[in-house]
Design a protein around this ligand. Structure first.
Ligand SMILES: *Cc1c(COP(=O)(O)O)cnc(C)c1O
Length: 236
């Protein structure tokens, strides 16, 4: 268990600073620390990282690949972990994503939404999801383009096997604070508009990663997806 001890030490060193930054950013936005949930992103890290996160009180765990989620999931049978699917889900893996994750952040097409909805209906439940928005307009980014997002959210929210709880976005990979801020601000404005759409049940905003979470929180994020900030660089 040397490895788990190492991860425990890394988290112990890093988490207090992260919590301070979250509290400060939330305070600047006039919100409480409790309005922001940390999703600890363990992709590329071993099970020991998840065990260490749970020991530190971080029970929301994010993975960006369905295979990796499926591989790690059985090691935590007790319900201590709330799994978050945060990466692109191929249609043929939608069943596993819907059944293993407590929340699928990355609904990036009507086709995937329909697939997830059919699985929810077959299981007699509604799958909790966020709609991914490409608010930066970068060609390489997934999600509904901002101009089409409200139509897309309407279509997704009408599906009987889904619960739409909010939106998710990925900011551009840049240190340009203005570009980051405008991506988050656009997503928040979309969330406010989407709130009027029937079937949109939540106001969650999954936005902010290790390099930009303070800005994301200032702009309204309710879930930050943190890997490097908590665990250090990913191995390999
Ligand atoms: C990897 C990943 C993160 C976390 O990235 P860090 O920069 O390590 O915090 C967040 N969101 C998604 C979708 C990811 O794939």
């Amino acid at each position: 268990m040397v490895n788990k001890d190492v991860y425990c030490r890394v988290i112990r060193e890093r988490l207090p600073g992260v919590l301070d930054r979250i509290a400060a950013a939330a305070g600047r936005a006039g919100r409480g620390r409790d309005s922001v949930r940390i999703v600890a992103v363990t992709k590329g890290h071993p099970q020991d990282a998840i065990a260490a996160a749970v020991a530190a009180g971080l029970s929301d765990i994010g993975e960006n690949r369905v295979e990796e989620l499926a591989r790690k999931h059985p090691a935590f049978p007790g319900g201590d972990v709330r799994w978050h699917m945060i990466g692109h889900v191929q249609s043929r893996k939608a069943g596993r994503a819907a059944r293993l994750a407590a929340l699928v952040h990355s609904v990036d097409s009507v086709r995937l939404a329909e697939k997830l909805s059919r699985i929810g209906e077959a299981d007699g439940r509604r799958v909790p999801v966020l709609v991914q928005v490409n608010a930066s307009g970068e060609a390489a980014k997934g999600g509904f383009p901002a101009a089409e997002a409200l139509d897309g959210i309407g279509t997704v929210a009408a599906l009987a096997g889904l619960r739409v709880l909010g939106l998710m976005t990925m900011a551009p990979f840049t240190a340009d604070e203005a570009a980051l801020r405008s991506t988050f601000r656009r997503t928040r404005a979309l969330m406010e508009a989407a709130g009027a759409i029937p079937g949109v049940e939540g106001r969650e905003l999954s936005m902010g990663m290790s390099n930009d979470y303070a800005i994301a929180i200032e702009e309204g994020s309710t879930m930050v997806r943190l890997g490097t900030a908590l665990f250090g660089e990913r191995p390999g």
